[in-house]
Write a protein that binds this ligand. Structure first.
Ligand code: G3H
Ligand code: ZN
Length: 284
């Protein structure tokens, strides 16, 4: 069933695990995530970035998730990921999304506060959960060839975060700790001392760039208060690599329902591994 994500994060925070938030841009991905969640009895968040939402159409994403979600007892949140404007946020909420992320991280601090506060005022009257972001999380959800160095200025400052939370009233904070979007040639190294400071805020926190972060660092981050982990690139890779292999093996196949089950299964496997790693199995 479709639920408000705030209740998912509060339960995760209390019980010490994280909810997996998985990006989708195809029906196959939605089906795969729901299948894995049902099998492992895990709460999940299905999310779309602005571009993913634009491609799938927000009302269509909502209808599919609601329809598939109604048949099961697993709680599912539907979330706008990295919304950049109040217009996109309103579009998602009007379509039925239960949660939104307003990403003002590229703006100056005061402008980030302003837009996040405006979203909170609009969303919270409708019971919609709001995620805000402070500090910059670089990169995009792709397989990158280069090694990346992250400027210290991009990391979330705990004192500034305290002010940001008080000034905006958001429900969950996306933090920058050395995590990056996409898979890179070198592994990210999360700043756990910083995370321990941020944990003192007592607020649910999200870790973006969940692809490519080693399992031990993910576990440590969850122990220090991360309650939502976003994963996109690893799902994209599972889908496209399987599709390429399948089509190369069967070059004359033209019937999508003959080869798409393989791609669904590949995404399902990744989601299953992540749910187990995040400790959200059997928490529904
Ligand atoms: O907002 C989406 C995520 O942060 C995904 O990051 O592509 O590195 O898994 P990722
Ligand atoms: Zn992200």
């Amino acid at each position: 069933m479709l639920v408000k994500t705030k209740e998912l994060y509060q339960k995760a925070q209390k019980e010490g695990y994280a909810v997996g938030a998985f990006n989708v841009s195809t029906l196959e991905a939605i089906k795969a995530i729901i299948k894995a969640a049902v099998r492992l009895r895990a709460p999940v968040v299905i999310e779309t970035s602005e571009k993913e939402m634009g491609f799938l159409e927000p009302a269509l994403v909502f209808d599919i998730v609601k329809e598939l979600g109604e048949k099961i007892s697993i709680p599912i949140g539907l979330h706008l990921d990295h919304g950049k404007s109040l217009e996109r946020v309103k579009e998602a909420i009007q379509a039925g999304y239960t949660s939104v992320h307003i990403d003002g991280s590229t703006l100056a601090y005061d402008d980030n506060v302003k837009i996040t506060k405006a979203v909170v005022e609009f969303a919270q009257t409708k019971g919609i959960t709001v995620e805000g972001e402070l500090g910059k999380i670089v990169g995009s959800s792709e397989k990158h060839q280069e090694t990346i160095t992250i400027s210290q200025d991009f990391l979330t400052d705990p004192e500034e975060a305290k002010r940001f939370v008080a000034e905006t009233g958001l429900d969950i904070l996306a933090v920058s700790l050395g995590n990056i979007h996409g898979v890179y040639a070198s592994e990210p190294k999360l700043d756990f001392e910083r995370l321990a400071q941020l944990q003192k805020l007592g607020l649910p926190m999200s870790l973006h760039g969940g692809s490519g972060i080693p399992a031990d660092q993910i576990k440590r981050a969850i122990n220090l208060g991360i309650t939502k982990v976003n994963v996109n690139t690893e799902l994209r890779l599972a889908y496209t690599e399987t599709l390429r292999t399948e089509l190369a093996a069967h070059p004359d196949e033209i019937v999508p329902y003959e080869f798409l089950p393989e791609e669904i299964e590949a995404i399902e496997d990744v989601v299953e591994q992540k749910i187990k790693l995040f400790g959200s199995e059997c928490r529904a």
